[in-house]
Design a binder for this molecule. Structure first.
Ligand code: AMP
Length: 115
């Protein structure tokens, strides 16, 4: 049986998802329970469980993840009004899926502090 995370299975096509972007390093898809009019998740295909598990060797991958998120946000038409990028880490950070992912949220006014 595969030990891939839910998100890795979505990236490999084993489980269907609403794809937004795909390349050799990253996969992006629409969140199943959107918290904003636009809610996209982007993952590195490399299965890093959480951001605190990232290592110095992941520097380029993480930089690329953020840049790719800005590219997707631009393509989703979020650039003019702005948007929010979020990474939840661990239990108190609100992380529920342990495959590193970055949330792209936009299309409404965001509040601060977050819940
Ligand atoms: P986090 O709480 O940061 O770990 O975020 C996990 C996100 O994954 C949540 O916003 C969920 O709505 C989303 N999610 C969980 N299962 C799926 C799925 N099958 N397809 C798309 N998004 C999902």
């Amino acid at each position: 049986m595969s030990e891939d995370t839910l998100f890795a299975k979505m990236a490999s096509g084993e489980i269907p998802s609403d794809e937004v972007y795909s390349d050799e390093e990253y996969y992006a898809f629409r969140d199943i329970n959107p918290q904003a009019p636009t809610h996209v998740l982007i993952i590195p295909r490399k299965p890093i469980p959480k951001i605190s598990d990232a290592e110095d060797g992941d520097r380029a991958l993480l930089g690329g993840l953020v840049l790719k998120a800005t590219e997707i946000a631009r393509r989703e038409g979020l650039e003019d009004d702005g948007y929010r990028l979020v990474i939840n880490c661990g239990k108190q950070g609100g992380q529920t899926v342990y495959h590193l992912h970055l949330h792209i949220l936009g299309g409404r006014q965001m509040n601060w502090p977050p819940g």
